[in-house]
Design a protein around this ligand. Structure first.
Ligand code: NAD
Ligand code: IPM
Ligand code: MN
Length: 345
């Protein structure tokens, strides 16, 4: 499309700081004939304190009308844990059926990582985004007493598992290494785990060119650090994918670099792009937040909307910028400015 109608949710903590830089670089990377319109949504801790609202239905409806959503982060130490995470972020992922949570990892140059010098690290985690233990299927009885019982039941449907597994196979088939690794814990979580394993086996029969592999999630954390080259496409459930992608970020360059897309592949709803990291209250307001993860999420957004050249420009700018980083600290806006001027040429 020659125009982009973008919803922007800066959110909490470092969210607004990194989103400002993400937008700066995104608009600098666009060809001059592509018109960008942005609408900012005031959602997050400030709004909740002021009105008690997390995500009113009227705003959910407005958000539905945009081409895509760029989100910073939500969550604040002054708001009970879970209120914004569930009431805003997960509400969006569920309402817009973001069943593919796409989290790519490549080894970034010139970063402090135990994996430095191993250039063949290039994998993508396809994390299920609408089911698993995230659905809120649970409860607490006799809360706060010594007899308390709390449950958090993981939901896994044949429909939900199959569609994300199929998406992961499609991605694997399109990549040079053509390998798909299922990560689960089917030695303990036998009900959900066997559904996932059977689904990979059945769908995999339709993709004879893709090699499949299985790892228990605990062993997967070993190999992410000791043999990351073995991974190409990882498909996994919502919670395992959450944990694995923070680890993947840490070992490939840092959490400040890890991008993600919450994708509805059918196009029925807008997809949402956000850094893997959170609102980082420990560094909010200090100018220390690295906006690169948000900038790279903006590149995923542009690719999703068909602006491949602009997406590549951003990714190349990040690689070049990292190669020149000398370890001296740079502010959030200094990194954004450097990336914006690289993509503008
Ligand atoms: P976090 O990702 O916010 O922070 C973990 C550590 O990484 C902190 O030391 C932080 O300073 C550092 N960090 C994160 N982003 C960085 C960046 N861009 N540059 C440099 N350093 C960075 O995780 P947390 O501390 O577990 O969570 C803080 C809040 O964020 C919580 O309320 C949590 O629920 C929320 N959260 C939101 C999202 C989201 O909106 N998608 C994701 C994760 C956590
Ligand atoms: C992430 C975050 C979220 C998740 C939280 C804040 C709901 O950790 O995007 O990785 O667990 O998915
Ligand atoms: Mn996470």
């Amino acid at each position: 499309a020659r125009s982009i109608d973008l919803a922007v949710i800066p959110g909490d903590g470092i969210g607004p700081e990194v989103v400002a830089e993400g937008l700066k670089v995104l608009s600098a990377a666009l060809p001059p004939d592509v018109k960008l319109a942005t609408t900012e949504y005031d959602l997050g801790a400030r709004r909740w304190h002021a009105t008690g609202e997390t995500l009113p239905d009227a705003e959910l409806d407005q958000l539905r009308g945009h081409d895509a959503i760029l989100l910073g982060a939500v969550g604040d130490p002054g708001v009970p844990s879970g209120v914004l995470e569930r009431g805003l972020l997960l509400k969006l992922r569920f309402a817009f059926d973001h069943y593919v949570n796409l989290r790519p990892s490549r080894l970034f140059p010139n970063t402090a990582t135990p994996l430095a010098g191993r250039p063949d690290i290039d994998f993508v985690v396809v994390r299920e985004g609408t089911e698993g233990p995230y659905v809120g299927n649970g409860g607490s009885m006799r809360t706060g007493t010594p007899a308390e019982v709390a449950t958090e039941v993981s939901l896994n449907t044949a429909y939900g598992v199959e569609r994300v597994v199929r998406d992961a196979f499609e991605r694997a088939a399109a990549r040079p290494a053509k390998k798909l690794t299922l990560v689960h814990k089917n030695n303990v979580l036998v009900h959900a785990g066997h559904l996932w394993s059977r689904t990979v086996e059945r769908v995999g029969a339709e993709y004879p060119g893709v090699a499949t592999d299985y790892l228990h999630v605990d062993a997967a954390t070993i190999f992410l650090v000791t043999q990351p080259e073995r991974f190409d496409v990882i498909v996994t459930d919502n919670l395992f994918g959450d944990i694995l992608t923070d680890l993947a970020a840490a070992v490939t360059g840092g959490i400040g670099l890890a991008a993600s897309g919450n994708i509805n592949p059918t196009g029925a709803f807008p997809s949402m792009f956000e850094p893997v990291h959170g609102s980082a209250p420990d560094i909010a307001g200090t100018g220390k937040a690295d906006p690169t993860a948000t900038v790279l999420s903006a590149a995923l957004l542009l690719r999703h909307l068909g602006h491949e050249a602009a997406a590549e420009k951003i990714e190349d700018a990040v690689t070049a910028d990292l190669a020149e980083r000398d370890g001296a600290p740079r502010t959030t806006s200094a990194i954004g400015d450097a990336l914006a001027s690289r993509v503008a040429v």
